[in-house]
Design a protein around this ligand. Structure first.
Ligand code: FMN
Length: 180
């Protein structure tokens, strides 16, 4: 059984990519890591079978996905009894229109709602993936991002994730797991 589970909730794919980099880093450090989409978990999911769990979720319209709240509440006791960590992904968390205080608020609100106190809880910058948005969403994002002072050239995508910070987060988590 893999000793670390990395769960992610991603709409356009950036949170999944970050989950993947965390898994790669943990494996490089000698740990086993499994990645799963959080909306794919079966109801009988038992977190206690893992030595550590990391959950990552993207922000859309000011919130992490609502389905994560009952999931985390159900698993909270198990999460509190093993090394666990949370990462939030948003444009507020990185890039030219970043708003670190908003990114922190998204994260704090979610953790308060589910009464989970992971030792590591961080925000990472996400991505603007105009190529993946429907026309209406592209227009909406240009308006929102333009207002915040961000990038608005819809002919390309933008990535704001600080990969060195993702690797440092993963290495800190690995230390908490003990010897591999
Ligand atoms: C429709 C939409 C709404 C978004 N709303 C917010 C928001 O309220 N605050 C924010 O900081 N970022 C917001 N973002 C940016 C996303 O968090 C960012 O694009 C992230 O990389 C998405 O992660 P994912 O690719 O894993 O879905 C929004 C993005 C989209 C497409």
């Amino acid at each position: 059984m893999p000793n670390v589970l990395i769960l992610y909730a991603s709409t356009e794919g950036q949170t999944a990519r970050i989950a993947d980099r965390i898994a790669q880093t943990l494996r490089h450090l000698g740990h086993q890591a499994e990645i799963r989409a959080a909306d794919d978990l079966k109801s009988g999911f038992d977190p206690a079978q893992y030595g550590g769990i990391i959950l990552g979720a993207a922000i859309h319209y000011g919130h992490h996905p609502a389905y994560l709240r009952p999931l985390v509440r159900r698993c909270r006791d198990a999460l509190e009894s093993i090394p666990s960590a949370f990462f939030s992904v948003s444009l507020s968390g990185g890039g030219p229109g970043a708003k670190p205080e908003a990114a922190r608020r998204y994260l704090d609100v979610f953790l308060r709602q589910v009464a989970w106190h992971p030792e590591q809880a961080v925000s990472f910058g996400g991505a603007l993936q105009f190529s993946k948005y429907a026309a209406w969403k592209r227009m909406l994002m240009v308006m929102i991002v333009g207002y915040a002072g961000g990038d608005t050239d819809t002919a390309r995508d933008y990535e704001y994730t600080d990969w060195a910070a993702v690797e440092a987060f993963s290495a800190s988590f690995a230390k908490r797991l003990g010897p591999s």
